[in-house]
Design a binder for this molecule. Structure first.
Ligand code: SF4
Ligand code: SF4
Length: 407
């Protein structure tokens, strides 16, 4: 196998292999209307292939900037984006409120709203319905089109079962307050298999992007979902924004092929090209991101074989920079000594992308001393929480040592 063949097989060939089986499981008819984004058939409704993730909202003085968000959401709806995804945890609970405020300006039947049960905070089964009812109020709605149990991992899976979460949400589905019941998961394929085989779900939300396809078993997870007949919503298609910036070398590869396409568009199209995917979520913080996503999905075409190869080359170039695979999801919050883990990884990745040593020194010193990588006591608490399975203490040590060596 030559290098070209290897790259293709490593990252992309399985897409083709799953096309046939996926087509048998779900309806994949797509359509595009003049200046509207592509839609895909999910059961009996048309859902925009690009969804608006409400997890990285525009901010003003540290709070969601409602005026700016309203303009972005209005533009999105006007151009056919009709899937909006929020959660209890996003922006410390303020995403649901902001989502309710901006969507309430539009007819309820002009969009589909997704929210999630925060398994992580459940202590008792009696808490499930009050939380659900509170979410309806915060989102200013009588029902959720899509509702998920949020972020199943080994611990949360036990919580879900012990608190009868599925059974209680099924009752809400029977009452018409949930149209489609699904789950999001950040864990090993074996757990996904167990979740899929234990209850009857309508869909699943998985992290899929061209880096994670191989490295954290996204490919296998996608195949399990497809085999089980569960249509997929994609989260994290840009790997926490890493794939919208990449590094100089990888960006150059993509720009050479398509000078007018954004770097983000490549990975969004990558995820959207999978036949069993019906929504790709993009957390949009700026109006330019909305217009760029609308542009990408108005004239959406799946990645061609040649484009897949180009993207594989760019990813190889990016991976060789030694960037940390952090998605900045903040699930590792709560370090006992106060280290800001995602911030340390972010500045390190920016250094890796640019190779500018001054940039690392300035950025590292801008972090409060108590939040810096060198304060890690290697207790390991964060490791168990990281969906990317990063060896956080070792990586923090690497950052701290790199800083010292550059200083
Ligand atoms: S291993 Fe280090 S970063 Fe992780 S929780 Fe412990 S002290 Fe914090
Ligand atoms: S280290 Fe892991 S848990 Fe923490 S922000 Fe990064 S990906 Fe998320």
């Amino acid at each position: 196998m030559n290098r070209r063949q290897f790259l293709k097989s490593a990252l992309f060939t399985t897409i083709g292999a799953v096309v046939l089986s996926a087509c048998k499981k779900v309806t994949t008819a797509t359509k595009s209307l003049a200046d509207k984004v592509f839609t895909k058939k999910y059961k009996d409704i048309d859902v925009s292939l690009i969804g608006f993730g409400m997890m990285r909202l525009p901010l003003k003085d540290g709070e969601p900037d409602i005026e700016k968000l309203q303009g972005m959401v209005d533009y999105a709806i006007e151009h056919g984006i009709n899937y909006f995804d929020t959660a209890w945890f996003y922006h410390g609970g303020k995403s649901e409120l902001a989502t309710g405020t901006v969507l309430s300006k539009h007819p309820r039947n002009s969009y589909y709203l997704a929210d999630k049960m925060p398994l992580r905070i459940l202590k008792d089964k009696s808490e499930v319905i009050p939380i659900f009812e509170e979410q309806l109020k915060k989102c200013q709605t009588d029902y959720f089109d899509f509702y998920l149990t949020h972020n199943i991992n080994k611990r949360e899976w036990e919580t879900l079962k012990q608190c009868n979460v599925y059974e209680q949400l099924l009752e809400k589905k029977k009452e018409g307050k949930i149209k489609y019941l699904g789950f999001s998961i950040h864990d090993v394929p074996e757990l996904l298999e167990e979740v899929v085989n234990t209850y009857k779900w309508d869909f699943v939300q998985l992290p899929i992007n061209p880096i994670d396809w191989k490295t954290v078993d996204a490919k296998r997870q996608y195949e399990i979902a497809t085999k089980a007949g569960l249509p997929v919503v994609v989260m994290n298609p840009l790997k926490g924004g890493q794939l919208s910036t990449l590094n100089e070398k990888s960006a150059e590869i993509l720009k050479k092929e398509k000078p007018h396409d954004s770097l983000s568009s490549w990975s969004l199209r990558y995820a959207a090209s999978l036949p069993n995917v019906f929504v790709v979520l993009s957390g949009m913080s700026e109006p330019e991101q909305v217009t760029d996503n609308v542009k990408t999905f108005t004239n959406f075409t799946p990645l061609t074989d040649k484009e897949q190869e180009v993207l594989a080359n760019a990813i190889t170039a990016y991976n060789s920079s030694g960037a940390v695979s952090c998605t900045y999801c903040q699930y590792c919050d709560g370090c006992p000594v106060g280290i800001d883990i995602p911030k340390n990884f972010l500045i390190y990745n920016q250094y890796k992308a640019t190779a500018k040593k001054d940039r690392l020194i300035i950025a590292y010193e801008a972090i409060k001393e108590e939040n810096r990588a060198d304060k890690c006591i290697n207790c390991g608490i964060c490791k168990a929480k990281c969906p990317q399975k990063l060896d956080i203490p070792s990586l923090l040590k690497e950052i701290s040592e790199t800083y010292k060596s550059l200083k």
